[in-house]
Design a protein around this ligand. Structure first.
Ligand SMILES: NC(=O)c1ccc[n+]([C@@H]2O[C@H](COP(=O)([O-])OP(=O)(O)OC[C@H]3O[C@@H](n4cnc5c(N)ncnc54)[C@H](O)[C@@H]3O)[C@@H](O)[C@H]2O)c1
Ligand SMILES: O=C(O)C(=O)C[C@@H](O)[C@H](O)[C@H](O)COP(=O)(O)O
Ligand SMILES: [Zn+2]
Length: 373
């Protein structure tokens, strides 16, 4: 559902807008400080009798009342559902809790779901929106750095399965993304670092200049400098919008957004969800995938230490858990990019350019030996 932000009310002057160009499913990503409390952020959303805010026990005390107040100006009823916090709760039980609340409140097929939180809330709310009455509109209000630069954009929605990450889900686009940079003020440092992992990802896969910019501005990002964060969020969303606009359902190009994720998802699933954050697993997975790119002769040897240094500086782990080579291979064969049992990795083929290919198990084993302990 495409809903352009109307011009009758003005957004805060520092707001940046990135458009997702998907014909009738296109939408705007609003990025800037002060967006939660700006009435214009909430203008022009799909009309309905009711909205349901989906959030969790950590985010609700911080932002629920303000979002509810804005929605109350547009919807006769604004309900909420509070989910338990954590990656281990990105599952059927939480999804059921959303659906149960929708049915218990006799929500009709125009009801607007509002995802208020990080990527876990966003992924589950989007999936619930995709399946409730075969589809109701939803809005992403990402409050983590990771969600603002990645998960709230592009329409991948999912829950985890004990045997595989994001195994159940749907491609389903939000009607709008409202990324208020001020919400990052309350984010714990470990979560900030997790978001940096996905920002770093965009450099090697699509934009060598952005990689250099991140290297030069990492200290400012870690210090939560608003101008640096605004640029990082905007550029990340631009790159993701460029990819998703060409390949919404991952028939090819979109897989580049999975750089570091084949190894990373194996770490998350192998440890049981929640021990490592998604961004931490992706950071470490990018070290491994960078090494594989070098070992396959796709990148010069200095690419690996460059990536490892940046990921380490961001406060992310660069050594993975020693699950055993066979266990890693078993976990990675479940990855959605695998075909006919062959694991396929997103590898860097020149700075700013990525592709997908297989690799001999023996070479992958060398990588795992070098980067696990
Ligand atoms: N759909 C996609 O394209 C996509 C892309 C990347 C990641 N993901 C998914 O996103 C998830 C990770 O998202 P995440 O890193 O946001 O984790 P998360 O949703 O678990 O949020 C991280 C933590 O921060 C808390 N939090 C959220 N906002 C806060 C705030 N403003 N202040 C204080 N605390 C706050 C949360 O309650 C949680 O404890 C994973 O499940 C991953 O698979 C999806
Ligand atoms: O949007 C995408 O496409 C991505 O791959 C973004 C990733 O950062 C994200 O973690 C995504 O959820 C992974 O997707 P999956 O298809 O590998 O589960
Ligand atoms: Zn990711």
């Amino acid at each position: 559902m495409s809903v352009a932000v109307p011009l009758s009310l003005s957004l805060p002057p520092s707001t940046e807008t990135v458009a997702i160009a998907l014909d009738e499913r296109g939408y705007d990503i609003l990025i800037g400080p002060g967006l939660l409390d700006a009435p214009a952020s909430w203008q022009g959303l799909p009309k309905a009798a009711a909205a349901l805010i989906v959030t969790n026990e950590t985010v609700a005390p911080l932002y629920l009342d303000r979002v509810r107040a804005q929605l109350a100006a547009h919807y006769g009823r604004v309900d909420k559902v509070l989910l338990p916090d954590g990656e281990q709760h990105k599952d059927w039980n939480s999804l059921n809790a959303i659906v149960d609340r929708l049915l218990a409140t006799a929500s009709d097929r125009k009801t607007v779901l509002v995802a208020l939180g990080g990527g876990v809330i966003g992924d589950m709310t989007g999936f619930a929106a995709a399946i409730y009455m075969r589809g109701v509109p939803f809005v992403q209000v990402p409050t983590t750095l990771l969600a603002q630069v990645d998960s709230s954009v592009g329409g991948k929605t999912a829950i985890n399965h004990p045997l595989g990450k994001n195994m159940l889900g749907a491609f389903y686009q939000p009607a709008r993304v409202i990324a208020d940079l001020d919400t990052l003020d309350t984010l714990p440092p470990r979560e900030l670092a997790a978001g940096l992992a996905e920002i770093i990802k965009y450099g090697p896969i699509a934009d060598a200049d952005f990689l250099a910019w991140i290297e030069a501005n990492l200290d400012a990002l870690l210090a939560r400098d608003k101008a640096a964060l605004a640029h990082a969020v905007k550029r990340s969303c631009e790159i993701k919008a460029w990819v998703v606009g060409q390949d919404e359902r991952e028939q090819g190009l979109r897989a580049i957004l999975n750089f570091g994720h084949t190894f990373g998802h194996a770490i998350e699933t192998g440890l049981g969800y929640g021990e490592w954050l998604h961004g931490e697993a992706v950071g470490c997975g990018m070290v491994m995938a960078s090494d594989l790119s070098v070992r396959l002769g796709l990148m010069p040897a200095d690419f690996l230490p460059r990536m490892r240094r940046l990921i380490e500086r961001a406060g992310l782990p660069v050594v993975g858990p020693r699950l055993g080579v066979e266990r890693y291979l078993e976990l990675m064969r479940v990855d959605k990019k695998s075909e006919g049992g062959e694991i396929r990795f997103v590898l860097i083929e020149g700075l700013g350019k990525a592709g997908m290919r297989g690799a001999p198990d023996a070479l992958v084993a060398q990588v795992l030996d070098a980067h696990t302990a």
